[in-house]
Design a protein around this ligand. Structure first.
Ligand SMILES: C[S@@+](CC[C@H](N)C(=O)[O-])C[C@H]1O[C@@H](n2cnc3c(N)ncnc32)[C@H](O)[C@@H]1O
Length: 376
């Protein structure tokens, strides 16, 4: 099915709902004015992205399959900006590339490495790395078995590790390197999943730098290893380390709202690398603390703490210590581990080395139950 056909079908559904609810005072959230995004051939040189109101996409011709359609929810201003620039870049992509004036010689390759080990890079990603005169690795949102040494050996390239500060405050320096040739920016997982680096994409597009995004497996799809249907997951949440009286818990409301809809929740767990103690920061000393990774047990204990805190404040706690959860560790590696149990049992479970995440199980299909129960 093509985007235009899907749009025609949705418009027909809206029309049907309107006529069947005539006289009733009902507001349908999906209307012909809802913002939508059409995607075609993602990951190929002829990838296209188009956006517009549902009714505006009714005649769009995105060419050959495969196509997908996104009906947008609420958009953050950064998402709006990214959408604007990406659609401008990827509309008629191949023709654009032929005519694009650019002062930069090289292409900016944003390359997903996948989850397990450096060998999970795609052939396309490896080819782009080999062609690049400069290779950067972002290692503050995820880590990979074998670390940078294993990557340097396999890719046969010198790799410069960049921290959050560098990517967020000195991205110009990274992008400037395309003046001398291709640049590879490596991201563990998928470069546009969970951690989007969308800022870097926007800046590259602003500078008319040619962009090549190489996708790979992400925890957002690989979490399917626990046997739950990805279609039945709601909003993903992130649990931050609590410190110095800073104990945010707004993720709890999102988990509850997913549960109300029967959806599962993927909880990503905080990582702290290159942290500095306040005293070292004040003294201007470049002394960093060892990296810290939140475990599934830490995450479960923190959620139990939120439940306790809210109960003591007389607030509702739909999530209980008996809630079914799955602790998920080192997905994509040989030592991948899963544990299905209650929230309070997970808080006592040692799943070993990082990375961990945890899944709060919503309503399940019998097939999901059967699979999930294998990890008890
Ligand atoms: C901010 S996300 C970055 C995700 C990455 N860009 C991707 O596409 O998968 C990092 C968090 O995802 C989870 N995660 C990432 N890789 C994982 C793995 N292999 N096994 C378990 N959890 C993982 C952890 O909770 C980790 O702290």
């Amino acid at each position: 099915m093509r985007v235009a056909q899907a749009v025609q079908q949705l418009l027909a559904v809206i029309e049907r709902h309107h006529s069947s609810s005539k006289g009733e005072d009902r507001d349908w959230l999906l209307t012909e004015d809802s913002l939508c995004v059409g995607l075609a051939r993602v990951g190929t040189p002829s990838q296209q992205i188009i956006k517009g109101k549902l009714k505006e996409l009714v005649d769009c011709d995105l060419g050959e399959p495969l196509h997908s359609l996104i009906v947008c929810g609420e958009c953050h201003p950064v998402e709006e900006e990214a959408l604007e620039k990406l659609t401008a870049y990827f509309m008629g992509h191949e023709d654009n590339l032929k005519h694009k004036p650019t002062s930069n010689k090289g292409i900016f390759h944003m390359i997903g490495l996948g989850l397990g080990q450096p060998g999970d890079v795609t052939v396309k990603g490896l080819d782009a790395i080999k062609k690049s005169s400069k290779v950067f690795l972002e290692n503050y949102t995820s880590v990979m078995e074998g670390g940078i040494e294993a990557m340097q050996t396999l890719f046969d390239k010198e790799i410069t590790v960049v921290d959050r500060e560098m990517v967020e405050q000195s991205s110009e320096e990274i992008l400037q390197c395309t003046k001398n040739g291709d640049v590879a920016f490596l991201v563990i997982g998928d470069p546009l999943s969970a951690t989007t680096h969308i800022d870097l994409v926007i800046r590259a597009l602003d500078k008319n730098i040619l962009l090549n995004i190489v996708h790979n497996a992400s925890i957002l799809n690989a979490v399917g290893c626990c046997g739950l249907q990805l279609y039945s997951f709601g909003e993903t949440v992130s649990l931050p380390f609590w410190e110095d009286g800073w104990c945010p818990d707004s993720y709890y409301d999102k988990i509850c709202s997913n549960m109300e809809n029967g959806w599962h929740t993927l909880c990503l767990l905080d990582i702290k690398v290159k942290e500095q103690k306040a005293e070292n920061l004040v003294k201007g000393l470049n002394i960093y603390e060892p990296p810290r990774f939140m475990t599934a047990a830490d995450g479960a204990a923190q959620i139990l703490e939120v439940i306790k805190r809210r109960a003591s404040e007389g607030r509702p706690t739909p999530l209980t210590p008996e809630q079914l959860v799955i602790g998920v560790a080192r997905v994509g590696t040989k030592s991948q581990a899963l544990k299905t149990c209650t929230l309070e049992d997970l808080a006592l479970e040692n799943l070993g080395a990082p990375l961990h995440c945890l899944v709060i199980v919503g309503e399940t299909h019998p097939l999901e139950d059967e699979y999930v129960n294998m990890f008890r």
